[in-house]
Design a protein around this ligand. Structure first.
Ligand SMILES: *Cc1c(COP(=O)(O)O)cnc(C)c1O
Length: 362
């Protein structure tokens, strides 16, 4: 069986060399005589694995010294609660400003409302999230405990190309579907978090990058396990971390460093996305609904405008080895998720297939 071009939004494609390396070490890692899955997280060998993963991520993202890197569990969705539980008493105002840019921002808002005085300072709901909301800085509250954005909207296919200026208010960003796809100046953020299963590794690990001064302010009701301080003090090992997932993420970091790092990925991602958007813009059958300046590099949505044609397309694409192109169940249509691991060739072949489908179905 050949590998397919997998356009899944997540869990999604991993670089083949990463999978092959894991395969070669699966049963016996180094001189350990055991699999990483079977290894104590307190062993010297595992400590080296997690330390290298952290060091490599720090190199890839130029993470400053005054930020901690945590490898947690619970997915990005856990962060929707963990962020307010930890940051709301940083300045003790209980206020949090959110930009509503789509489904995952909405879920974060809903969760934060359980603990915080939430203000939605901008929203693109009225245009069904086909753009990043335009914001007016006058709406931002200077005394908010934090300001929250979702950097790339996986379902709607939009991304921020500039960040809101939040002054002293810490900027928190969900970068689940864009981490390591482009360079970010980490020093502009209070917290960056990302589930691993989009651009890093298997599901089960959540990366949290947090500025030191934001540790140690959790609400009294915050469970010990969800207090960033607990995990920061224990090097992500207050309890058993997702050991194998961290090892796999480490393999991806190592692979990225050996292949030009984030700048090289960004260049390739811009090229891949442009190929696809250029085709969509000239196509008479398919179109992309997103405001051009906000188009995601990672998740490219498209529709024919006819639900039957959409499903005929997905079916034919699957048969031809282009899988998981169906859009999110909440929006329909199609979506090609083209994370770092999707080769240029996958995009070129998909476009050739779409052109062929268009010629037969326009
Ligand atoms: C996938 C995704 C999530 C949800 O991640 P889980 O790990 O399933 O909780 C949250 N935010 C964004 C931007 C995502 O792409």
């Amino acid at each position: 069986m050949d590998r397919v071009y997998n356009f899944s939004a997540g869990p999604s494609m991993l670089p083949l060399p990463v999978l092959e390396k894991a395969q070669s070490e699966l049963v016996c890692y180094g001189s350990s005589g055991m699999s990483v899955m079977e290894m104590s997280h307190r062993s010297t060998m595992y400590e080296e694995i997690i330390a290298k993963a952290e060091a490599d991520l720090r190199k890839l993202m130029n993470i400053p010294e005054n930020y901690k890197v945590l490898f947690l569990q619970g997915g990005a969705s856990m962060q929707f609660a963990q962020v307010p539980l930890n940051l709301l008493s940083a300045y003790k105002t209980g206020k949090a400003d959110y930009i509503n840019s789509g489904n995952f921002a909405n879920l974060a808002i809903k969760e934060a409302k359980r603990y915080a005085d939430v203000k939605e300072v901008a929203s693109s709901k009225d245009v069904t999230y086909t753009q990043i909301p335009d914001w007016d800085e006058k709406e931002f509250r200077e005394d908010a405990d934090y300001f929250y954005i979702c950097g790339n909207n996986t379902i709607y296919g939009t991304r921020y190309t500039k960040l809101p200026e939040t002054g002293k208010v810490p900027l928190v960003a969900d970068l689940s579907s864009c981490i390591l796809s482009q360079e970010y100046d980490v020093s502009k953020f209070g917290i960056i978090f990302a589930g691993a299963q989009k651009n890093v590794g298997p599901a089960g690990v959540t990366i949290v990058i947090i500025r030191d001064d934001l540790l140690g302010h959790s609400l009294d009701i915050c469970p010990v396990m969800l207090d960033y301080q607990t995990m920061a003090e224990k090097g992500s090992m207050y309890n058993t971390p997702p050991t194998y997932g961290i090892y796999m993420a480490g393999l991806t970091f190592d692979y990225l460093l050996a292949n030009g790092g984030v700048p090289a990925m960004y260049e390739k991602n811009v090229y891949k996305a442009k190929l696809l958007y250029d085709y969509l813009d000239e196509s008479k059958l398919f179109s992309n609904p997103v405001r051009h300046c906000d188009r995601s590099l990672m998740n490219v949505t498209f529709v024919t405008g006819d639900a039957d044609k959409d499903s005929a397309f997905c079916k034919a694409a699957t048969a031809a080895g282009f899988v998981n192109l169906k859009g999110h169940r909440s929006v329909g249509g199609m979506r090609a998720s083209i994370y770092n691991a999707m080769p240029v060739e996958g995009i070129e072949k998909l476009i050739a297939f779409m052109k062929d489908f268009e010629a037969k179905n326009a």
